[in-house]
Design a binder for this molecule. Sequence first.
Ligand SMILES: *[C@@H]1O[C@H](CO)[C@@H](O)[C@H](O)[C@H]1NC(C)=O
Ligand SMILES: *[C@@H]1O[C@H](CO)[C@@H](O)[C@H](O)[C@H]1NC(C)=O
Ligand SMILES: *[C@@H]1O[C@H](CO)[C@@H](O)[C@H](O)[C@H]1NC(C)=O
Ligand SMILES: *[C@@H]1O[C@H](CO)[C@@H](O)[C@H](O)[C@H]1NC(C)=O
Ligand SMILES: *[C@@H]1O[C@H](CO)[C@@H](O)[C@H](O)[C@H]1NC(C)=O
Ligand SMILES: *[C@@H]1O[C@H](CO)[C@@H](O)[C@H](O)[C@H]1NC(C)=O
Ligand SMILES: *[C@@H]1O[C@H](CO)[C@@H](O)[C@H](O)[C@H]1NC(C)=O
Ligand SMILES: *[C@@H]1O[C@H](CO)[C@@H](O)[C@H](O)[C@H]1NC(C)=O
Ligand SMILES: *[C@@H]1O[C@H](CO)[C@@H](O)[C@H](O)[C@H]1NC(C)=O
Ligand SMILES: *[C@@H]1O[C@H](CO)[C@@H](O)[C@H](O)[C@H]1NC(C)=O
Ligand SMILES: *[C@@H]1O[C@H](CO)[C@@H](O)[C@H](O)[C@H]1NC(C)=O
Ligand SMILES: *[C@@H]1O[C@H](CO)[C@@H](O)[C@H](O)[C@H]1NC(C)=O
Length: 837
Amino acid sequence: MMLKLLHYFLFTGLVAAENGRQAWLRYAPLPQGHSTPLPLSIIALNSSTNSPVNTAGEELQKGIQGIFGKQLSIFNTGKETSSAVVGTVSQFQKAFGSSPVKDKLEEDGFWLNIKGSTVQILGQNERGALYGAFEYLSMLAQGNFSNVEYATNPVAPVRWINSWDNMDGSITRGFGGNSIFFADGHVVSDLTRASEYARLLSSIRINAVVVNDVNANFTTINPENIQGVGRIADIFRPYGVQLGLSLDFASPMELGNLSTYDPLDPGVIAFWDDITKQIYDRIPDFAGYLVKADSEGTPGPMVYNRTLADGANLFAKAIKPFGGIVMYRAFVYNQLPDEGDWKADRANAAVDFFQPLDGQFDDNVIVQIKYGPIDFQVREPASPLFANLLETNTAIELQVAQEYLGQQCHLVYLPPLWRTILDFDLRVQNQSSFVRNVITGEQFKRPLGGSAAVVNVGLNDTWLGSHLAMSNLYAYGHLAWDWTSDSEEILQDWTRLTFGLDKTVVDTITQMSMASWPAYENYSGNLGEQTLNDILYTHFGPNPQTLDNTPWGQWTRADHTSIGMDRTVSNGTGFSGQYPPEVAAMYENIETTRDDLLLWFHHVNYTQKLKSGKTVIQHFYDAHYEGAETAQKFVTMWQSLKGKIDDERYEDVLFRQVFQAGHSIVWRDAIVNFYNNISGIPDDAGRVGHHPFRIEAESMELSGYQPYVVSPFEAASNSIAIVTSTNSTIGTATKVLNFTSGVYDLAVSYFDMYGGNSSYQVFVNNRMVGEWVGNIVDIGKLGHTPSIHLDGHSATRITFHQVPINKGDMLKIVGQANGVEPAPLDYVALLPAGVID
Ligand SMILES: *[C@@H]1O[C@H](CO)[C@@H](O)[C@H](O)[C@H]1NC(C)=O
Ligand SMILES: *[C@@H]1O[C@H](CO)[C@@H](O)[C@H](O)[C@H]1NC(C)=O
Ligand SMILES: *[C@@H]1O[C@H](CO)[C@@H](O)[C@H](O)[C@H]1NC(C)=O
Ligand SMILES: *[C@@H]1O[C@H](CO)[C@@H](O)[C@H](O)[C@H]1NC(C)=O
Ligand SMILES: *[C@@H]1O[C@H](CO)[C@@H](O)[C@H](O)[C@H]1NC(C)=O
Ligand SMILES: *[C@@H]1O[C@H](CO)[C@@H](O)[C@H](O)[C@H]1NC(C)=O
Ligand SMILES: *[C@@H]1O[C@H](CO)[C@@H](O)[C@H](O)[C@H]1NC(C)=O
Ligand SMILES: *[C@@H]1O[C@H](CO)[C@@H](O)[C@H](O)[C@H]1NC(C)=O
Ligand SMILES: *[C@@H]1O[C@H](CO)[C@@H](O)[C@H](O)[C@H]1NC(C)=O
Ligand SMILES: *[C@@H]1O[C@H](CO)[C@@H](O)[C@H](O)[C@H]1NC(C)=O
Ligand SMILES: *[C@@H]1O[C@H](CO)[C@@H](O)[C@H](O)[C@H]1NC(C)=O
Ligand SMILES: *[C@@H]1O[C@H](CO)[C@@H](O)[C@H](O)[C@H]1NC(C)=O
């Protein structure tokens, strides 16, 4: 018993409060029973402060101290046996005479040789050596004491991150607080977080970060800010992370006072040559430029009737002498004014614009292609542009920031989604041609290629706003190194490093995460129908009608009988014809198009039978109910981990899972109500529109409250909510309960808008059973884009558990308005055990 208790305490001894800032690099002590012969000292073969090898030595020291409580000294020479030696292959040769490395190392690759206490960590370059040190520490931190001997190389040279940070410190689609780089138009003076970020990134083998938003501000490259970003580069350098910048195409006018930004104008060329020289004078290892041009209103070469290749090559030529590269985004499209044109299709844009230019881009240009043809949706087919640029370098653009996927307030582990693209065989020239091999350059024998992920970490200690969302960043780095790595194994490594080795913790987080994208797809938009959120406002909550009849071209063409984009060549937009013949033939035919992309490629009746045997509409209903049900389970799964991880992170995650459980029901109801309303087709299972456990707020006796018709209608149960008569009053809603006596969970659906923190109290027979303040938006606790309206973004649900109810009891809710928020309420649900309504 004593022993068991001792073991328990040792095991839970690491359950100290943690705020997430160390992410997966916590170096937490291992539980009792994990030991291995350790090196007696560390030999780092470069002791220069800016050297990644020096960083590697310090990191090894810190890690071994944290994991084993042993303080090792760092030397830069010494006896190789019983030491951890870290350096480049050539440094090792210089120090010890010969190289032990048996396999070929490529740029950034490393060799790891662990034989008990003798450890060799040798990089092809210094950065590779640092990667190897992190790999060794990752094994130790997971209690993996295997002897190993292997070399590993990246599949592609470009493993970048894009950060959409603005000069004022805000972040476009940032959900974890303000910028770690910029504030008030300048680079911040305290770059501690930037340094911590570089450390995290080097441990996942990311080699560059573009630090400013793709909608770039020309002030980023004024002389003062070049010095500022130079300081960021200095902070990144010891971690082997290079700095890149997004450019505003019109800078020659805005910054340079020229009358044009025509890419062929000699003055414009001289302007960019000069800017580039200024940047390299300050940052000799500058990585390169990222350019978004002629897209969504940004300036670009097309303004001067020049080609996109002219635009890209302008920068390519300026940066070539310095060895830099240009990432040119393929996200170029014009707004489509008329949905009445059956053949108009935004999805066609990338191939239409770029395919004719294949072969015209300079060798140091990489066309950066979003994974799907539209915009980071919950499911899209692989962009056909990957199959259309055979003489151009390409990279894939992914998004770790969950812009359309719940904004880090919904758990969505993204690698399974990414894999649908990367593992897709495009059949170029009828040959096997997986997207993952195209982007590395291997498929078409291109010199450059790789990936960029939009991440958008912020000042929040959790970086992304959510602890669990960090698995996406971790996985991105590991996949960018090797796209064939197993998504689930990566997740499990991350979980052990982040939360410890407890098997229940690892299994539970694995189960939740692996079910999370399918669940989100189920309740947000399925059958290839994109994320059915509000594309005009927040990109967060449900609002399917915003996709249609707008110029943004994310159309669904839903009407009373039918839905989907006809993208066939025979009768539709012709998009399917942008793929190579075998794939085109597959998507052209409804019989050979997978169910999960059916509505992406075909316009069908709601009664169309799927391969599963269900109709389209019944699948919508079933999937939305099942997805929301899965999200409820995440709460209990997470609760099973109480005490197995520290309270701080436990509570943070629990808060988000509870929010997601409620918001998944908002999503479910909104989408099924919308399509039920438009199609008039009932749910075979009788769920849609029937809520036997709900009491609509508008059906209660109201005093100081009045009904309010919500827009969009489907964002409120029965489309009506109640609000206080003015924003300074108290409202009361009462109802005599006619429920079988028993114990219920009492859920209240309300709207949490920004601009006010209303407070609420719930009473049963004048006994208060719960109270809360509608403040999660105003205090930034969730970090998603907030809404000022009663809608699918602000709709929120809170649950009080185990409330005793007797038939005839009086339910009363008192709402106190605050600011502009009129204590809005939608409904109350009294839920017997196991019921979700
Ligand atoms: C050691 O690191 C410094 C700074 O990165 C670098 O300039 C130098 O070349 C390195 N020395 C060796 C021998 O690699
Ligand atoms: C330990 O790490 C090595 C090298 O990464 C790996 O091959 C092996 O599968 C790991 N062992 C366990 C038990 O995870
Ligand atoms: C560019 O940055 C400056 C300085 O922060 C700011 O005043 C200006 O509004 C920004 N311009 C745009 C178009 O965002
Ligand atoms: C552009 O004009 C502004 C205001 O006239 C001036 O301050 C600035 O120095 C000029 N910049 C260049 C590069 O000539
Ligand atoms: C671009 O071409 C269009 C159509 O040929 C013409 O109307 C326009 O003036 C041209 N613009 C410029 C800047 O040359
Ligand atoms: C063909 O296109 C027309 C619109 O031009 C559309 O109304 C019709 O439903 C389509 N036919 C089929 C079989 O998809
Ligand atoms: C490639 O496949 C398509 C569709 O299956 C077929 O029509 C075509 O003949 C094939 N081309 C070659 C060169 O085999
Ligand atoms: C789709 O529904 C319409 C209206 O009910 C009907 O006229 C049409 O025949 C249906 N089309 C198919 C392919 O079932
Ligand atoms: C998603 O919905 C489908 C279809 O109803 C169902 O088979 C699947 O189990 C659901 N998955 C999750 C994770 O909710
Ligand atoms: C209460 O519920 C019972 C059955 O559940 C129903 O028969 C009765 O009419 C209800 N009474 C009121 C006042 O709604
Ligand atoms: C970080 O986010 C958490 C939860 O979302 C929030 O409670 C906290 O205030 C934020 N902290 C910072 C420093 O922004
Ligand atoms: C009510 O809302 C208005 C804006 O709609 C605001 O100016 C006013 O301060 C609010 N009143 C209170 C008491 O917060």
